[in-house]
Design a protein around this ligand. Structure first.
Ligand code: FAD
Length: 399
């Protein structure tokens, strides 16, 4: 039997202040004070369990998938309410849910535009119940130039037979399903021969090999596909039309996901400063370092305000502004890199020691520094984001 949803928070959605208060009351009840420490101490498996539990907790008040249509288990929240929710999740240091990144954003971003009714009904309701999806797009020879991908899918009757290799697939080791791009026509121009599939990760022939990252985590993996059978009904959009479908997926990736992270960064910086004051850190007496720290705070605040302005100018609809998602992604990623580089210097010798952290929650200097590089690559590199802003946003000629 499905548990009834407590609608006290959702009932306030038309009054933004009341909505914020209801979210705050709920978070104060359900986020125990040791949450952050539990996330830091957790290994990968425990981390995913914490995230699944937290998703279930959110689901109980209808906030599991707040941005989706109610018809598919979402809350249909306005973008303004999503912004308020993100602000409060950050303020209360609620668990971050990177394991659900693809499930939450990419899958609905794709299926709501391109999926059949059957695909939407079959796959979307599983997300609030804890289904984890991964994204099998990149290959060893296809990253920024994704359209060069070589994994092949050959139609045989009512199925496709897939062979090839994917790489850097976040959370693949924990995923139940994968959104997959494969080539279905090798003779067509490269963008025109790609199709988009939904793959059950338990299908025979799927082998996942985790890759250990420089920060000690094993968040992404290689996926080897050998004679993997995908039913034809799992094709999303037209055969050979997968490139267009994937554009919806990637736009959702570069959307407002960064908003919650930038809000969290604000609290991380405040906490870092409070600790420095408490410990009478040496850098507080160094004019140059103090100036650099203030510069970073100014940049962070400017980014937060600019993001809000862009969101409100687009009527809180990120689809209305073509370059907005790329801009948000670029700013968030490059800020992280500059700030974490400064952190390692502020922390002095102690900053050279490696301690495990948790993105978006806890930032020991060296962990943050080595992790920050991935953000300028994942989801499209900063150079690619600059190209998009220049070409689509500023109308500059294509290189
Ligand atoms: C943490 C992390 C998680 C990831 N998760 C996933 C995932 O879940 N699923 C998935 O499919 N992929 C994932 N990726 C892969 C990611 O999308 C690719 O790494 C990214 O698109 C870059 O591709 P590449 O690594 O092949 O580098 P390349 O494309 O080979 O780029 C190398 C360098 O050349 C630059 N460059 C390339 N083309 C241009 C150009 N036209 N103009 C200017 N500069 C250019 C790039 O900016 C980069 O600096 C992840 C990557 C990371 C780091």
């Amino acid at each position: 039997m499905t548990e009834a949803i407590d609608t006290r928070i959702l009932d306030c959605r038309d009054d933004h202040e009341a909505f914020r208060k209801a979210v705050q009351t709920w978070l104060a009840e359900v986020v125990p004070p040791d949450t952050m420490q539990r996330m830091i101490d957790a290994d990968e498996d425990e981390g995913v369990t914490i995230q699944r539990d937290w998703m279930a907790q959110r689901g109980r008040v209808g906030l599991g998938t707040p941005h989706w249509p109610a018809e598919y288990g979402g809350a249909d929240l306005s973008l303004m309410c999503q912004v308020i929710l993100a602000e409060e999740l950050a303020r209360y240091e609620a668990p971050v849910v990177p394991a659900f990144m693809i499930s939450h954003n990419h899958l609905p971003g794709t299926l709501l535009s391109w999926g059949t009714d059957e695909q939407k009904r079959r796959y979307l309701p599983g997300i609030p119940r804890g289904d984890i999806w991964c994204q099998g797009f990149s290959e060893p020879g296809a990253g920024s130039d994704l359209a060069s991908l070589r994994t092949r899918a050959d139609r045989k009757g009512d199925r496709y037979i897939v062979n090839g290799q994917k790489i850097w697939s976040s959370m693949a080791a924990f995923a139940d399903h994968c959104i997959l791009l494969a080539r279905t026509d090798f003779d067509a121009p490269k963008h025109a021969g790609i199709s988009f599939f939904l793959l059950d990760m338990k299908t025979p022939g799927v082998e996942v090999r985790p890759i250990r990252q420089i920060n000690g985590r094993r968040e992404f993996s290689e996926i080897f596909l050998t004679d993997v059978e995908i039913p034809a009904e799992n094709l999303v959009g037209p055969e050979n039309g997968g490139w267009k479908v994937a554009q919806s997926t990637l736009a959702s990736e570069r959307g407002v996901i960064a908003f919650e992270y930038i809000e969290r960064a604000r609290y991380v910086v405040e906490r870092f400063y409070a600790e420095a004051l408490k410990n009478d850190a040496t850098w507080l007496r160094d004019d140059q370092l103090r100036r650099e720290f203030i510069d970073q705070i100014v940049e962070l605040q400017a980014n937060r305000l600019m993001l809000r302005r862009l969101l409100s100018e687009s009527g809180y609809d990120h689809k209305a502004n073509d370059m907005l998602p790329s801009y948000i992604k670029l700013q968030g990623a490059t800020f992280r890199q500059r700030f974490s580089s400064l952190l390692t210097r502020l922390a002095g010798l102690e900053g050279q020691r490696f301690a495990m952290g948790y993105e978006g929650v806890y930032y020991p200097a060296m962990f943050t520094f080595v992790t920050s590089f991935s953000w300028t690559i994942a989801g499209g590199s900063s150079e690619i984001m600059r190209n998009i802003i220049a070409e689509r946003g500023l109308g500059m000629p294509r290189a």
